[in-house]
Structure formats: structure tokens, C-alpha cells
Design a protein around this ligand. Structure first.
Ligand SMILES: [Zn+2]
Length: 378
């Protein structure tokens, strides 16, 4: 298998295997030697599976193939995962991961229909990337990720430090994280993406040293604590109440709770509702119960708070609960405009639900998040 990789990729496998920063010539561990020597991908897959069988998670077959043929580095991390990524691990219990059709379905459920292009959904489904939607699923994914990385490199070695630390920090604060996952089902994807980014940057910087005589020691000064420091400060932030503003990969950023009139943060200064009619977007529909606490304050516009086109506001438009649509009756993301401006249009694809019709718990979560956003301390 080794001969299918470039020389750089191959060298990088060796270096990343180091257990300590003062190692001179780290070699592949016994498991990796077997894995690399072996003939086919299906055998490789068997080897990894059998080694990881005691855990609650597994690597996806496509993920393993991608990794073994291309190595750790991902050239497309801003758009979609690749190389070594947390998203190629999944809980064993998630049967759907074997079935692209089911995976497609769960991706669509998570982001709402028509939000992601078919192409993107198919990419994730085919690549068997697993997008965790619950706290337990995410923890299994994260644990499987660092344990497999250690299987490929070395236990508690330099490569896995960040993922391992993240797992420990979240575990210790499980009481804090569980509710956060309930109010934002994409939190696992955001944290996963952050960790992938940090790991990819680490690998990228590290790879600059591979042709030096003593690559690990040369890289030490720059890289020894970086991975862990970045992880630690990210989680300190959450601990202090900062909501991570990690952006999802471009391909996974849905406009979920904004559709139709979408982005009015731009150059429109007319009264709200006017352009809607001008564009033939349907009859206005009022929300008689609009809550004062989460109403957009006078002088401000909807787009000042919710705008998928503005990097700093992108996070505000995703992760809202879904409700049965007011016409179609199928589950759709809650319409933000209807909630915070008190008006939208009848043919809006998102759900117009009166606050009083929401289940109490959901209502409380929505209230807390919306109030925070419109009062400006998000
Ligand atoms: Zn609407």
C-alpha cells in the first residue's frame, strides 16, 4: 500500500508516529507495518475493525480508503473534510452509516430539505461521513477518532494530543455540554470541525520539517504545545459562556432558518414587507404573538441580526428547532423572520409557529437564544 503514496506522505506517517518531541527516528508501529504491507483495502479495513472492535465506534470504509491512499493532510478543509478527519468515524450503533440512502436522509433531516444541494448531500453520504447530532454520538465519534489516530501513530503520542485533550475536557464538563447540544444540534459538527482545522494546521506546519535531518526536534519549538493550547483556549471560551462561532464547512452551511426574503442586510431601506410583495413572495402573514423580548428593536433590521451572508452573523441562522410547516405539515426549520419581526409571507418554506404552540422546553430554549441575539450580547 505504501507504494501508492507519495514519498512525502510516507515520510509524514513516520514522523507523526513519534511519542515524544525528542525522538530522532520514529518508526511505524507493528500495527501500521502490517496495515501498510497488506494487499488490499478490504483486508486493511478488516485489520482496523478488528483492532477497534472493543470500542463503540468504527471508521467508515470510505474514510479509511481515503486516508490510506492520501494520507493525513486535507487540501480542501475549508470546503469539506478530507485526509484524516473526525467525520470519518461513527458510532457502531448508527446502522445508517452503511446505507448511503439512510445517511442522505439523516443529513437532510438535520439541515432541512432543499437547504443543501443534492451534490453536497451525496458527497457526505457517499463518503460515509458521519455528522453527529447528539452528545453521546459526538463523544463516541471523538473517542474513536483519537483512539484510531493513536493506533496509526502511538498511544499518547504527539499526533493525538489535541483530540485526546478535547475528549477529556468535554467529558469532565458533560453536565455543561449536554444541554448545549440540545439547543444547537450542530454543535458537534462545529467542535469537530474546529478540531479538524487545528489538526490540519498542525500537520501542515509539521510537514514543512519532514526533509530536515532531525525533523521532530526542529519542529518542536514551534509546535510542541500548539495543538493543546488551541484546544484548551477554545474550551475555556465555552466554559466562560462564549458560544463557539466556528463556521461550518461552506458545503454544510445551510441558511436553515432564513429563506425566501433572505438577506436584507444589504441595500434595502424600504419598509419591511414592501419588497416581499414587490417580488411576488406571497401574502403577508402576521404573528400576533410576537414576543417583545425577542422582537427586533426599533431602528434595527432583521438582517442586522440574521444574515447568512455575513460571517459574524452566519451562526445565528443555523441550529434552530424544526416544527410542522404551517401549510405543508412536514417538519421544517422554524422561520426566524416570523418570530422576530412578527411578519412573513404565507408561502415561506419555513415553519410559522406561534410561540404558544411550541413545546415548553423548546420555547424556553428559543426564547433564551433569541433574546440573547436581539439584545446584542451574542
Ligand atoms: Zn417565514
Amino acid at each position: 500500500m505504501m507504494n501508492k503514496m507519495g514519498q512525502e506522505t510516507e515520510k509524514f506517517f513516520l514522523i507523526l508516529s513519534a511519542k515524544h518531541w525528542d525522538e530522532k527516528r520514529p518508526g511505524l508501529n507493528e500495527f501500521m507495518k502490517r496495515l501498510m504491507k497488506d494487499k488490499g483495502m478490504s483486508r486493511a479495513n478488516e485489520l482496523v475493525r478488528s483492532e477497534m472492535r472493543r470500542g463503540e465506534g468504527a471508521i467508515t470504509e470510505n474514510g479509511l480508503i481515503q486516508f490510506l491512499s492520501g494520507g493525513y493532510l486535507c487540501k480542501t478543509v475549508d470546503e469539506k473534510p478530507g485526509g484524516f478527519t473526525i467525520f470519518m468515524f461513527r458510532p457502531v450503533h448508527s446502522q445508517g452509516a452503511y446505507n448511503p440512502r439512510l445517511v442522505e436522509q439523516s443529513i437532510r433531516e438535520m439541515f432541512g430539505d432543499n437547504k443543501l444541494s443534492d451534490e453536497v448531500v451525496k458527497f457526505y453520504a457517499k463518503g460515509n461521513f458521519f455528522l453527529p447530532m447528539t452528545f453521546p454520538d459526538f463523544m463516541i465519534q471523538l473517542e474513536t477518532c483519537y483512539r484510531t489516530l493513536e493506533l496509526f501513530t502511538s498511544r499518547k503520542g504527539i499526533a493525538s494530543k489535541g483530540y485526546r485533550l478535547a475528549h477529556r475536557l468535554i467529558q469532565e464538563q458533560a453536565v455543561r455540554y449536554r444541554p448545549l447540544f440540545l439547543s444547537d444540534p450542530t454543535l458537534g459538527i462545529k467542535i469537530g470541525r474546529f478540531l479538524d482545522n487545528v489538526f490540519q494546521n498542525f500537520c501542515l506546519d509539521f510537514s514543512e520539517f519532514i526533509f530536515e535531518r532531525d525533523p521532530i526536534r526542529s519542529a518542536r519549538r514551534r509546535l510542541e504545545y500548539r495543538f493543546e493550547d488551541q484546544v484548551q483556549s477554545f474550551f475555556n471560551g465555552i466554559r466562560n459562556g462564549v458560544v463557539p462561532s466556528i463556521l461550518l464547512p461552506e458545503s454544510l452551511t445551510p441558511n436553515s432558518s432564513i429563506t425566501g426574503l433572505t438577506d436584507d442586510s444589504g441595500n434595502h431601506h424600504g419598509p419591511p414587507g414592501k419588497k416581499a410583495q414587490g417580488k411576488g413572495k406571497g401574502k403577508p402573514e402576521g404573528n400576533p404573538e410576537v414576543m417583545p423580548a425577542w422582537r427586533v428593536p426599533p431602528g434595527k433590521r432583521f438582517g442586522d441580526f440574521f444574515s447568512p451572508g455575513r460571517g459574524d452573523l452566519k451562526a445565528n441562522v443555523v441550529g434552530w428547532p424544526s416544527f410542522p410547516h404551517h401549510v405543508a405539515k412536514t417538519e421544517r426549520p422554524m422561520c426566524l423572520r416570523f418570530q422576530v419581526t412578527g411578519e412573513c409571507t404565507a408561502n415561506c418554506p419555513n415553519s410559522h409557529i406561534l410561540p404558544s404552540a411550541m413545546p415548553t422546553k423548546t420555547w424556553a430554549t428559543v426564547r433564551e437564544r433569541l433574546t440573547k441575539i436581539v439584545s446584542g450580547d451574542s
